[in-house]
Design a binder for this molecule. Sequence first.
Ligand code: FAD
Length: 435
Amino acid sequence: MAGEKSFKYVIVGGGVSAGYAAREFAKQGVQPGELAIISKEAVAPYERPALSKAYLFPEGAARLPGFHVCVGSGGEKLLPEWYTEKGIELILNTEIVKADLASKSLTSAAGDTFKYKILIIATGSTVLKLTDFKVEGADAKNILYLREIDDADQLVEAIKAKKNGKAVVVGGGYIGLELSAVLKINNFDVKMVYPEPWCMPRLFTADIAAFYEGYYEKKGVGIIKGTVASGFTKNDNGEVKEVKLKDGRVLEADIVVVGVGARPLTNLFKGQVEEDKGGIKTDASFKTSVPDVYAVGDVATFPMKMYGDIRRVEHVDHSRKSAEQAVKAIFASEQGKDIEPYDYLPYFYSRSFDLSWQFYGDNVGDAVIFGDHDPASAKAKFGSYWIKDGKVVGAFLEGGAPEENQAIAKVARAQPAATSLDALAKEGLEFASKI
Ligand code: FAD
């Protein structure tokens, strides 16, 4: 029978932000029974980035409880028992299908009602699907996507069922790159397809991308650029058999994995809260236009103090930090206080094969590359700086040691002046280590 429950604080969504918010609630002294996390997923919050990396390894794969939050940032793992000990209610397998911000009430698919005093929206993103674009045959079995642990489990099953088979990865972003690598490690014959002239075009310059494409080809991943998957054929079991490309080529496939982007999950709140840039507009404490409603992580469009604009960021570091900021702000405002505005330095990373890169700051202006970026090198190590108005505003490093990554982060934060692109290219990491 449908019921009603009331909490002082409710977090809708049980992903990365929710987990880091819970830890901050505990630090701030939340009382047992005051906080509930409502999640459509069946498990307590975990570090989502693991799903496209170690979760898919053929040996020694990561499994829960090994990567519950907050292990990804070096903190203590919040096991399901932790929430019980703190009196934080984890309401799992529960999808909220209606939100009424005026009456402060949420309704689940099963018809249960949840009342709150303060709401944190942490619903994250959902993947774009080829069926959304009406691509012919896109409903075939074994055309897979990756956002949640259930999706990752389906991929693990498909990898087992189609052992040593052929995989086509659609999309050249970081999900496509990470999945191509891990499918290759699983001994699949892998081809990546994307329409852009190079991979990760929103972040990588042509020079940076040339290294990764060369490296992937060296590892045996086939790269097909400048075209898209325009249709799929199926076998008698309804499983994908071929990928038809717009340029006329046809690729055989036992598995297709699609990573063509994501969309923030804001539908529940449409028309009730101010939106901007595709997300829910917040202030520097992640407060929305509606009193007592906060939005964090992928769904928030927030003021980016460093750059004097507003942005939405779909990266794990921001999901953690925005959640902590919102909870601090909630407790401060209960004491009639304000907190320092969020001052975020964009940080994004990815790992695949034995590669690992980090990026800090803004990738605008002119870019210079430095170091050994030859994909044939045994251990290439290189980076890039972005320079705008005579200042270094962004820095990228492949293969950096922890202190070197810290040095490029410092550069992106300090925005030092750069006299010439050539000098910067020659100085390379030395430049960062002097800041
Ligand atoms: P999420 O972590 O997505 O959590 C949202 C939660 O809300 C989910 O549990 C979802 O089920 C739940 N939910 C949604 N709607 C409802 C509803 N109506 N009712 C109940 N529950 C609901 N970032 C990096 O910086 N580096 C990486 O290497 C990296 N790797 C990634 C790999 C993968 C496979 C994916 C999918 C993302 C990766 N990211 C990475 C991005 C990063 O994980 C996200 O930015 C981060 O998880 C966002 O946190 P969030 O809490 O906003 O959303």
